[in-house]
Design a protein around this ligand. Structure first.
Ligand code: R5P
Length: 337
């Protein structure tokens, strides 16, 4: 251990990633929840991610060590705050702090799934605004620029004083939906499962040239919601339910119940950017009568071969690779948002 430390190496270098080559003033580093994504991005980008050791101490604390110098470099951290969200969030902050203390010139955090984004306001009780707190922590850790993907609410940007770019996977998911729609009978309709998803639904609807229906949802608890009514014509129509994320599946299941009551065609298609999918969610959605679930790999698929429903994963690696290329070239991300 001592010779390693004396040489400036990391004491726990078991779980490291590959070394960056020919970075030319920029270093790419992946968090542990985004390693497969980093491998895909490497292929697209033609440049490799730098080695970093990310481990847990026996008591659960996060241990991070950069294996290569970043002094004077622009660092791109690719780190989804996927479940377990708290661990991956602390990891992101630790990586940023390590880069800052190692004198990186600029740190850009690409966070394909931004946890706690739903906590964007007080709900009338004595609650925190976690998204705001995390924005502050992010800046405090030395991050200069944040890039998200289909973040729960674009208003999140207002919590930050640093630049925030919110990319979208809608073109990728809408492209896949368009292929499915060629093979399904009946008129289709895009369904927003709650009022918060209307903006998203409108974007899908514009891409696919379909009408929009909206479920009026009320959240009763973490896993419990109720839909009181539906605005829009769904009777006899094929429903494409879209959302930014699926966690317990409660929103989708309750939406389907209301759509079925309103006479929608059975066998719905669901598309969501972030497959949080807590244990049991896939069975729950499958049992509710979902014909296909399309998600992205913003959260790396954990796979449950026994689940009744197996999601189709559309990769956003090309989107992220394009964004990184533009960030390194000083280009605009506008048309990726
Ligand atoms: C809520 O506003 C979000 O957009 C999702 O609809 C919701 O968080 C999904 O969670 P769940 O699958 O647990 O209902």
């Amino acid at each position: 251990l001592l010779p390693l430390l004396a040489a400036g190496g990391c004491p726990m270098a078991r779980d490291t990633q590959t070394r960056s080559v020919g970075t030319g003033g920029a270093t790419l580093i992946a968090g542990s929840a985004s390693r497969s994504m980093a491998t895909s991005v490497e292929r697209d980008l033609g440049r490799r991610f730098a080695a970093a050791t990310i481990e847990r101490f026996p008591d659960g604390e996060v241990s991070v060590c950069l294996e290569e110098p970043v002094r004077g470099e622009e660092v791109i951290l690719l780190a989804a705050t996927a479940p377990p969200v708290n661990d991956h969030l602390i990891e992101l902050l630790a990586l940023a702090d390590a880069c800052r203390r190692a004198d990186a010139a600029r740190i850009v955090a690409i966070v394909p799934y931004f946890g706690y984004a739903r906590s964007d306001r007080r709900d009338g009780r004595r609650t925190p605004i976690m998204a705001s707190l995390i924005a502050e922590l992010t800046e405090h850790a030395g991050i200069d620029h944040v890039v998200t993907v289909d973040v729960h609410t674009p208003a999140l940007e207002g919590f930050f004083r640093i630049p925030v770019d919110n990319l979208t996977a809608i073109p990728d998911l809408a492209g896949a939906l368009g292929e499915r729609l060629r093979n399904v009978a009946g008129n289709a309709v895009i369904v927003a499962p709650d009022l918060g998803a209307v903006r998203l639904a409108n974007r899908y609807a514009t891409k696919l040239d379909l009408p929009v229906a909206v479920c009026h949802k009320r959240r009763l608890g973490g896993a419990e919601v109720s839909v009181s009514r539906i605005t829009g014509d769904v009777a006899g129509r094929r429903c494409i339910i879209i959302d930014d994320m699926i966690s317990t599946g409660g929103t989708i299941v309750e939406g389907i119940r209301a759509l079925n009551d309103a006479g929608a065609m059975p066998a719905h298609i669901v598309a969501a950017t972030h497959a949080v999918l807590v244990p049991g969610a896939l069975d729950k959605i499958g049992n509710a009568g979902v014909r296909e679930l399309l998600v992205t790999d913003s959260i790396e698929p954990r796979g449950d071969p026994t689940a009744r429903l197996q999601p189709t994963v559309i990769s956003i690696a090309p989107l992220l690779a394009t964004a990184i290329r533009r960030l390194l070239d000083g280009g605009s991300l506008r048309d990726l948002a």
